[in-house]
Each structure stands twice: as C-alpha cells, then as structure tokens.
Design a binder for this molecule. Sequence first.
Ligand code: NOJ
Length: 746
Amino acid sequence: MIKYIPHLLVVLLAGCSDSTGIPDYKRADLSVEKRVSDLLARMTIEEKAGQLNQLAGDLNTGPASGNADWQHKLQSIKNGEVGSMLNVVGAGKTKQVQQAALDSRLGIPLLFGYDVMHGYKTIFPIPLAEACSWDLVQIEKNATVAANETSAAGVHWTFGPMCDIGNDPRWGRVMEGAGEDPWLGAQIAASRVKGLQGNLDSNHILACVKHYAGYGAVEGGKEYAYTDMSRTELWNKYLPPYKAAVEAGAATVMNGFNTFEGTPVTGNKYLLDEVLKNKWNFKGFVVSDWNSIGEMVNWGYATDNKDAALKALTAGSMMDMETKALVAHIPELVKEGKVSMQLIDDAVGRILYYKFKLGLFDHPFAYSDEQREAATLLNEKHRKEALEAAKRSIILLQNENNALPLNNNTKKIALVGLFAQDKKHLFDFWVAQGDFNEAVSLQEGLQSVFANTAISYSQGYEADRAISNQTLIADAVNKARAADVVIVNIGLSGEIAGEARSLSDVSIPQNQIALLKELKKTGKKIIAVVSSGRPMILSEITGLCDAIVYTWILGTESGNAIAQVLSGKYNPSAKTVMSFPLAAGQIPVYYNHFRTGRPATANSNEVWVSRYRDISNEPLYPFGFGLSYTTFSYSNLELSDSALQRENTLRVKVTVTNTGSFDGEEVVQLYINDVTSSILRPVKELKGFKKVFLEKGESKVMEFILTNEELSFYDGAGNKVLEEGWFEVFAGGNSRDVLTTRFRLK
Ligand code: NOJ
C-alpha cells in the first residue's frame, strides 16, 4: 500500500544533501517520500507543469494534435516541459528519448505509457472474450505476460484495464471491457490489475483504470457521446469495477470522454475529488484521456484551454494527455491565485512518487534492455498462454444434433470465409505491437489439427457487407458439395472492433446471409464460426447452420484455438458476459434489468404489460450462456437456513452433474434478487461463480457463501445499505435457466 501523503511534502525543505553534495532526491538510500519532497522543493512552477504534460510519440491514438517533429519534442523534454510520453515503444527508442529527460536541469525521467489492451506482441483474446472464460487465474496470467513483454520494451505503464460496464453492442469499445455485469466486472478488473502490476518490479507495469466513469453508457452506443445516470445507478452498476481495480492497487486512473450530471467527467468534481480521492482514498494519479481536457471546450463547458485546465485541475484531473493546456497555463493560473501550489504539488508529487517507486531515478534504463526485449517478445511460453486463453474464450452457442465436435475421420472439410484466411481481419485496433502476420489463421489451425483431412478453401463473401458476390458464393457452394462438412467463418473483421468503431447495425451482414442460404441448400452439415468484437444479432443464422461457435477476436493463436474446439481436443467452457440481442430493437438488452409495474406474462396476447408487441423481451442468448460438448444438470439447491440474521452468513449448496458423454468444465453461477427494497434492485444479480471440471457421470456439490456484502446495495451517497426482507437465490449454468429458492433476512 502506498504510504505517500502528498500534502505533508510541501512543508519539507529541499536542499539537504549528504557530505558528497548529492541532492537528497538522487539518493537511493532515502525513502521515496523524502526524495519526492526534496525534488518538489527544487522545482520551478514551469517544471512542475511539465511533469503534468504527456505527449504522444510516433503514433496517434486520437486526432492528430499538431505535435512537432522529434527534434522539437526532444528539446521540450530537455527543457523539462514533458513528464510522460505515450506511444513511444521499444528498448532502443525509449532509451534515446529517456536520455533527453536525463539531460534536463533536474534529470527527472519520463514515464512511458502505451495501450496494451490484450497483449503487447503476443496478442491474447480481446478483453471481452477473455472475460467469457470466467477464469480469473488465466486472466491474471494473460495480464502478466502482457506486462512482461511491455516492460521489456521500455514501457512502464499501460492504459488498462478498461473497466466500463458495456451492454450496448453498437459501441465498438465493449470489446475492451468485461461485459454487462458489475460484480463479475469487479473481479476481472482486480485480476487484471494484479497481473499487470505484480509487485511493481521491472517485469511489470503500472495499470490505469479507465474510463472513469460511466463511459459504457454512451447514448445510442455512439462513441464520444453524452452519458448521464442517477447516482444509485452509478454506484451500483458502473462504479464497482473501477472501485475494485483501485482497491487492487491500480496506480493510475484515466478520465473518460463522457459526461456525468451535466459535466464532462474530466472536469467532474464529484467523481474525481469526492469519490475517487476522498471516499476511495486513491493515492495514485489521474491522467486525462487524449485531449479530453481540451474537448471540454467543444462540450460547451469551458471557454478556452485555460478555462479547461482550471476546471480539470480543480476537479481532480492531474496529467494532461495531448491537450498541452496544463503545461501552457498552470504558471499563470497559480500566479493569478486560481489554482493553489498545494494542488499542483499534490498532483506532481503523485507522479514523481511512481517514478521513484519504479526505480527510474536510480536505473532509468532498467526497462530498456534490447537483449531482454528480444528474448521476451512473442516467445514460445507466451504463445502457449495465448493459446490456452483463446481456447477458454470460445463460446459454443448452438450444437444441433451434436454437430460438433467434428469426427476424427472427417475426410473432406470445405472451409469458407474471407476471415478464415486473410489475416488482417484477425486483429482489432488495440493490438499494440502485435503483427497479424504472426497470427495463426483458421485455415492454418485446421490444417495442423486435421492433418489427414482434405481441406478446400473458398472466400465466400466480400469484406464490404454491401456487395453480394455471386461468383464467390457459387465457388463456395461447389466446394461445399464436395465436402462432408462446411465450416464457414462469418461475422465482422477485427478492424471494426475498438475505439471510434460504433456501428448502427450489428446483424450478420446480408452478403454472408446470402452465402449461408446457398450453403444450406447443399444439405451438408454447416458449422458457423462467428468472429466479432461484439455480440451480434444471430437470429437470422440459427436456422441456417447446425452449430454456432462464437470466437470473438482471439489474437495470435486464433486458428489453433478454434481448430482445437472444432475437433473436440478442447471442450468449450466459455459463457457469454454480454446478452446476445434477438433483434436490434431490444438494444440495450441485459439480464440485470429492473422489474416493471406491469410485468409481461407467459401469455403473449396480453396487452397492458411491458413488452414488445412484435418480439419477445428475452435475448437470443442470455448472460452467462454457453454450451459444452457434454451436458450438466443442476439439482438440490439448498440454503443453510431459511432465515438469516444480520452479520451472519448463509451457505448455498447446489449439486452439479455431468450428464453427457464428455468430460468438461462448467461455470456454476449464483444469482440473488432483493425482492423488496427502498431503492429498486435488478431482477437478478450475479453474486458468485465457480468453474468446475467434471468427468462424465461425475457430480459435485458446489458451495457458495452469501455475506452482508453480497446482500447489500449502494444508496445514492455511495454507502452500503442492507435491508431486511425476502431474497431469492438462483443457481444454474446461465442467468436464465436456474433453480430457485428464497430466504428472509431479519
Ligand atoms: C483514447 C482512448 O479512449 C484511451 O482508451 C486510450 O488509452 C488513449 N486514447 C491513448 O491511446
């Protein structure tokens, strides 16, 4: 835990040095706190403002902001005008740029930050897919590999984990998070922070909790759009993952591009000052998102960059990514008495704290070691972890008549689909230094797993969804006719997943539907492999294929992982963490919705109830859903008591049996519902899960503990409330198909 207390630092004086004349801040034998306070006392206000300035290097991950050339950037660094760089990577390059900082008057090293969302060079499944594994151990391992590679390439800090609750598949950024559930999101966020940061040695990197807060609620799923919500919604639904990540020790937090209660969150005092700094006692530092300080002018919340700087700083933002407003205006804002020196020292002190903590003052090039870099990136061990993670992220959504796994003696496979061969579609926007040429395509994966099977290939459709190419379809149909089974890889290119990639239409493209319809006419067994960075509307394809395997965007080991699932070498165990809509009009559709005064009944003709007149309220696949090659049955849901006294805990037991003909893993899920409460609670809330391996025929009794923590909720002031009354308890293999019982809290 960080012991640094910023406001105490400013009262300590600089200038003390030992007999050798070495200033205190350069003395590795002194405490970090002492060194920070010594350094702060030596800094001019311009140098302090410089520490709050973050500049982009070679790559723009936002609108180009007129950054000057490298020569100019290096000069600014030497002048002490830059505290951190983003998008500068590689042991060699970071060494060169770091040298410029060491040549500045006080020699304060730079902090290098970079978006490593699911791997640096070895690319793991997108975070949304990884979350579907419900495997916290694997998730932590994945983050550790990412940290090992990133730190070997000179980078100290990643802008992740992304902790935004996402329930609107139109928003391209749902791929970066952990889905629609706050409780699961919190567990996963904490695991990711632990994996990234470890004990903050030079094999790990600083984490950054983003995008604080509530960015996932963007209106209409449209990127960079307005958000608003009540404080109870904020506390109960959106804040838990950020809070868990902060509690797991995340060093930094990033502002979102969105708004809360009528202000851009970058300038929102409630979120930054009241909640993050005071209520959660966050000791790290806050970085803005790319130009999110300057964009407060576009929102109509600040008159100009100076006003934006004032509003961001006084709300609790600290480092300025790419607006350059803080470095430009802090000296005058302090001089005019609009911003206190104490506030600036607090922000700068927090950043310096981490520079010392990482050892950058004593070993500025510890992360920039070419030999280590070469030995670490994309090594065999890392690829193995990526394969493990990818297998565990694949969801089997449909498997009519046990179409899968494919028989060992399948003689001829017709593989259809652009995405199965053209590797550029395998990767999304956030692949750091990953190169899609190093990834395994589905075609390559099948060839190695089905080494004795003839595999034909045809493209089947164009990348552009508006073009239906009859020649491609005819070729696919011919090849399908000659095969025993057709594997058709459809969905969306990885290139359309991520930031600035909102879509109004998340259905399967019509040119792919046209292809499937023709393939269906061949009478062959059809396996649809759907690649996508978001849940898509699959209603049109369920009748056109025998099996649906949802593979998301799986990274470097993509093809190997899918082939292992199709062949049955790996029995799928993933469960979706976002509901799959039945139709576009349902969006957003999520399992943890609220009740209504007029609930729909089983009678589909009923009029005065809350429902669509043309479709069901239910999603096509609910949260927590995913099939296995085996089947599991649930029985004997039991509670240790039917009445619970406050402060006591309740044991929940349920028996799970593998009733099918394969060994397999099941994610056993526990939900509750607070039947009557002073603030409405969702119809179901996930409060526990266990991933269990069962041999065929095997049964296990799974046990969960419910404490006051799981039974309480937040009021609008962010305090936990526990209320007496009835609670329902549900257990099952997804959020829809559950056993139910109840108890009373007294
Ligand atoms: C903007 C994105 O919103 C954020 O997630 C990312 O970390 C920064 N750009 C830096 O690339």
